[in-house]
Design a protein around this ligand. Structure first.
Ligand SMILES: *[C@@H]1O[C@H](CO)[C@@H](O)[C@H](O)[C@H]1NC(C)=O
Ligand SMILES: *[C@@H]1O[C@H](CO)[C@@H](O)[C@H](O)[C@H]1NC(C)=O
Length: 324
């Protein structure tokens, strides 16, 4: 008959090996990721921790299909929340389009016919933002580069049938656009940040409804002077922005106006930081685009990844409507 100490020993060993066997990844919070894949021509949302990002793991998808060549080359996605529709997805395609989709529980697979709003800014739309409480939509397009401003003409700012094109602002290589509430609640408190070739730009949003306009109030040299790629929040710190250009990843302190080089790395297409502190990025692997979304406590030091060998990931976003 086994003595008691031996049974305790086995129990302790069992607990010890169970702790050791916990994969590092299971400690990461589970949240969802929206990825733009230029190979499948889709935007898909996956659980961060799904073992494999296969068809069974897809939580939500936008498949524009082949009906409209201007929607062929998806380049951006961003999640926002508005009073009338709840969560929405803002999407762009390099061929010339920008649009807004309603995210609902009832319909997890959407296509071109589900667009609530779309416009054709032309050039190569790469990013889109919606100004809270004002309702204006701003699209950043590269090549040669501009911001396109669309404004609400109805008192109901979420009525997308009443959005009109107001103005274009030339901006070389415009790739990323992000609203920064800047600690306030009103449009007047906030700033609109834009990353383009060589510079980060700071704008004020003035006026309201059809009189809404953008006014440049600052410009900062990207430390290594590359072509701007991505601009996203650091969700651990409301004062920080994260951005990438053709040479590096940077953080930028909106109060001090100072940059920090986080990592010298080419082809960084996307970068963001989750509230739990982990960075998430996409870097061109086989070619310009990425096969994996990667995570780590430091940019470039990967501890986890998801993807597949023929993916062409461009942008990866945390599935979260918050601006900061
Ligand atoms: C698709 O978009 C990417 C990013 O803008 C661009 O580099 C690529 O050339 C585009 N591809 C096509 C076929 O237009
Ligand atoms: C969008 O979805 C929400 C529910 O999530 C619904 O209340 C709203 O009416 C929808 N808007 C449109 C235009 O379908």
């Amino acid at each position: 008959m086994a003595s008691n100490w031996y049974i305790y020993f086995l129990a302790a060993l069992h607990i010890f090996t169970a702790v050791l066997a916990q994969p590092i990844t299971s400690r990461a919070d589970d949240y969802h990721i929206a990825v733009v894949d230029q190979n499948s021509r889709t935007v898909r949302v996956f659980p961060r921790n799904a073992k494999r990002w296969n068809d069974d793991a897809i939580f939500w998808s936008f498949t524009p299909g082949i009906f409209n060549s201007k929607w062929n080359n998806l380049s951006g996605v961003k999640i926002r929340k508005v009073a009338k529709h709840g969560w929405i997805a803002l999407v762009t395609a390099s061929g010339g389009k920008a649009g807004i989709l309603n995210i609902t529980k009832e319909k997890r697979k959407v296509n071109l016919f589900d667009l609530m709003w779309q416009a054709t800014p032309g050039d190569n739309p790469h990013a889109i933002e919606i100004v809270p409480r004002n309702g204006a939509i701003v699209v950043a397009s590269s090549n040669p580069g501009k911001l396109s401003l669309y404004v609400p003409t109805s008192k109901d700012i979420d009525d997308y049938s009443k959005i009109k094109h107001a103005e274009d602002y030339p901006l070389k290589g415009a790739h990323g656009v992000l609203w920064d509430p800047n600690g306030g609640k009103s449009v007047a408190d906030g700033f609109l940040w834009v990353v383009g070739d060589d510079f980060l730009y700071k704008f004020k949003v003035t006026g309201s409804f059809q009189n809404t306009r953008l006014k440049q109030v600052g410009r900062y040299n990207l430390p290594k002077g590359g072509l701007g790629h991505d601009l996203q929040p650091d969700y651990t710190n409301k004062q920080m922005l994260l951005m990438t250009d053709s040479y590096a990843a940077y953080s930028f302190n909106t109060k001090s106006g100072k940059f920090k080089v986080l990592k010298t790395m080419m082809k960084l297409k996307s970068l963001v930081r989750h509230p739990n502190g982990e960075y998430m990025w996409v870097t061109g692997d086989k070619h310009e685009l990425g096969q994996y979304v990667r995570w780590g406590a430091k940019v470039g030091s990967q501890t986890d990844a998801r993807g597949w060998s023929d993916a062409k990931f461009y942008k990866a976003r945390i599935y979260n409507p918050n601006y900061e």
